[in-house]
Write a new protein. Structure first.
Length: 129
């Protein structure tokens, strides 16, 4: 669950909402996941893609701020089925609107993507590129 929530949040960091071409990839109890297919970068067995998540219900950040959507830069490892989010931003409204806060960038450890998850649907789609 922790991985799914983190990766979902990270999926929403794209080069900008106005210029992004968001495609819905998966719906889950927590909300809807999107990717911008035009941002897929191939690096051997790895892929990078910008993603967005619209949450069904308001979420509370670690510093007490409420957010409704996130934008993330995801890295996926196609052969091993691992993933991580390397950049993430939080937005107060759906579709990356409202105030942006909490930009984060790091190189977290790779985590195995669960079989029945929204992240798995994203990984499968991106790895076909």
């Amino acid at each position: 669950m922790k991985l799914n929530r983190f990766l979902a949040s990270l999926m929403l960091l794209a080069a900008g909402t106005a210029h992004a071409d968001w495609s819905s990839v998966a719906r889950h109890n927590n909300g809807e996941f999107f990717i911008d297919r035009s941002t897929i970068k191939i690096k051997g067995a790895q892929r990078e893609v910008w993603s967005m998540m619209n949450y069904s219900n308001p979420q509370l950040s670690s510093n007490g701020l409420v957010y409704r959507s996130t934008k993330s830069l995801l890295q996926v490892e196609c052969e091993t089925r691992y993933a991580r989010a390397i950049h993430m931003s939080f937005f107060t409204d759906l579709k990356l609107r409202g105030n942006e806060f909490g930009k984060m960038g790091s190189l977290p450890p790779w985590e195995k993507v669960p079989q029945d998850s929204a992240m798995r649907e994203i990984l499968d789609l991106v790895c076909k590129a």
